[in-house]
Design a binder for this molecule. Structure first.
Ligand SMILES: Nc1ncnc2c1ncn2[C@@H]1O[C@H](COP(=O)(O)OP(=O)(O)OP(=O)(O)O)[C@@H](O)[C@H]1O
Ligand SMILES: [Mg+2]
Length: 154
């Protein structure tokens, strides 16, 4: 594995041919996250954001079932690091995010994974952020684009 500096914060893409591959991609990405990482997940309805979050949870040693936080907004799990799984879908914007007390989680001891991150984009820190977009391709496969991971996947 190469040890890259921040300047080498290159983007890369993964094609996922099935739910298991999206899970595996999440696990690989999760293995490279650091305390304080903020994972901004974008992608339309049913793209696979929660599935990818499940893979990240596995990488953090969380075996509890990860459920979609659409209605709870924030779910917290205890792994090697705390995982804050947030769904911004039902928020109106960053003010909502701040009002429910979520902003401090971005600067806490854990890892934040935020679905529909575009809704709260302006409050997300740039420096420790990993941006992931998932696109459903015509054949149903998923194109997973990753920016901001500080090292290559092995
Ligand atoms: N590469 C893939 N090919 C086919 N199905 C996939 C793939 N990746 C994930 N899925 C499946 O797509 C479905 C929707 O995934 P998921 O719930 O993770 O999407 P989401 O983006 O979180 O949706 P929402 O917008 O509702 O939050 C799940 O059944 C998931 O297993
Ligand atoms: Mg989801």
């Amino acid at each position: 594995m190469m040890n890259l500096t921040e300047a080498d914060n290159f983007p890369f893409e993964i094609i996922s041919s099935g739910a298991d591959e999206t899970l595996a991609a999440g696990k690989k990405i999760g293995e490279k996250l650091q305390r304080g990482s903020v994972v901004a997940l974008e992608g339309g309805l049913g793209a696979g954001k929660t599935q990818l979050a499940k893979g990240i949870a596995l990488a953090l040693g969380i075996h509890e079932e990860i459920t979609s936080p659409t209605y709870t907004i924030i779910s917290e799990y205890e792994g090697n690091l705390p995982l804050y799984h947030i769904d911004a879908y039902r928020l109106k914007g960053s003010d909502d995010f701040i009002n429910i007390g979520a902003e401090e989680l971005l600067y806490g001891n854990g890892i934040c994974v935020i679905e529909w991150s575009n809704v709260v984009d302006d409050v997300l820190p740039r420096d420790k952020r990993v941006s992931i977009s998932i696109k459903i391709l015509e054949d149903g496969k998923r194109l997973i684009s990753v920016k901001g991971l500080k090292c290559e996947l092995s």
